[in-house]
Design a binder for this molecule. Sequence first.
Ligand code: ATP
Ligand code: MG
Length: 269
Amino acid sequence: MTAAAQRPNPRNPEPGGPILRIAGLNAHIAGQQVVEDVSFTVPATGITALLGRNGVGKTSTIKAIIGLIDRTGEVELDGVRVEKEPTYKIIRSGVGYVPEDREVFSKLTVAENLRLAERDAAPRRQLVEELFPDLLARAGQMAGTLSGGQQQMVSLARALLNTNKVLLVDEPTKGLAPKIVAEVAETLAEAAKTVPILLVEQNLQVVRRLAEGAVVLSGGRVVHTGNALEFLDDDGLTQRLLGVSTEGAAHDAAPRHQTAAAHEKGAAL
Ligand SMILES: Nc1ncnc2c1ncn2[C@@H]1O[C@H](COP(=O)(O)OP(=O)(O)OP(=O)(O)O)[C@@H](O)[C@H]1O
Ligand SMILES: [Mg+2]
C-alpha cells in the first residue's frame, strides 16, 4: 500500500465544523429497522441531547455510530469518514462510549476498571481524580458492590481517562436517586468543558440544564433538531414528540428528577 493510500480521508475543510456528522444512517436488529435514514450533526463544543420516547432507537443510533450493530450510512468524525472502520478503530480515533447499562466489570476493583480503560500513553488520571474523589477513596472496592450512581461514575471516568474527540453517553441518570442524578449532571457539565458530548437523556430537567442542541427521534427517524431550550419550551412539540408536558416545569438549574416516562405516568421519582 502506498503512503498516499494510507492517509486518512481529507479533513473537514470548514473550521468550526461539527465534531460528528451522521448522514443517512440505517440499522436493523433482528430483521427490524430500528434506525432509519438518520442524519444530524454534533457541534465541537457543548452537549447535544438525543431524545425520544422509550424504544425509538436512541441506543441503536449510538451503537450504529460506532458500528456495534450493522448499519449503512455515513459517520464522519472530525472531518474524517470512519463508517468503514471496525469499532475498536473508531473508538481509538477518539470516541468515548458510556453505555446505557454502565457495564462495569463487577468482579474487578474500581482501580482495575479504570486501568483497563486507559488507552492513551498519558491517561488523564488527575482530571479523573479531581472529578471523582469518591472513586479514589473506593479504588480497592469491587465495582459490583458499588451503588448504581457510583457505577455510573466509574463508567464516566473510564471515558474521561482518555482524550476523546466526542463522548457518546447513553442515559447516565437512569434509575438513580434524585441526589445522585444531580451529581451525575454536575459531572457531565464539568466533562463538557473538556469534550463535546452526545447525551441520551430522558430526565428533561437534566436536558434543560445541560444541553444546547437537541435531536429528537421517533420510530427510528429524526423528527426534530434544534435548540434544546426552545424545544423544551414548546409544550405542544414535547407533548407530541415525547408524550410529556413540560408546561410549568422549573426553569432553574436544579434537575427536578422526573423522567419523561415517569412524567407520562404522572409519577414523581
Ligand atoms: N437486542 C434486541 N433484539 C430485538 N429488538 C431489539 C434489541 N435491541 C433493541 N431492539 C428494538 O429496537 C428498537 C429500538 O431500541 P433502542 O434500544 O435503540 O431504543 P431506545 O430509544 O434506546 O429505548 P430506551 O428508551 O428504552 O432505552 C426497539 O423497538 C427495541 O425493542
Ligand atoms: Mg436506550
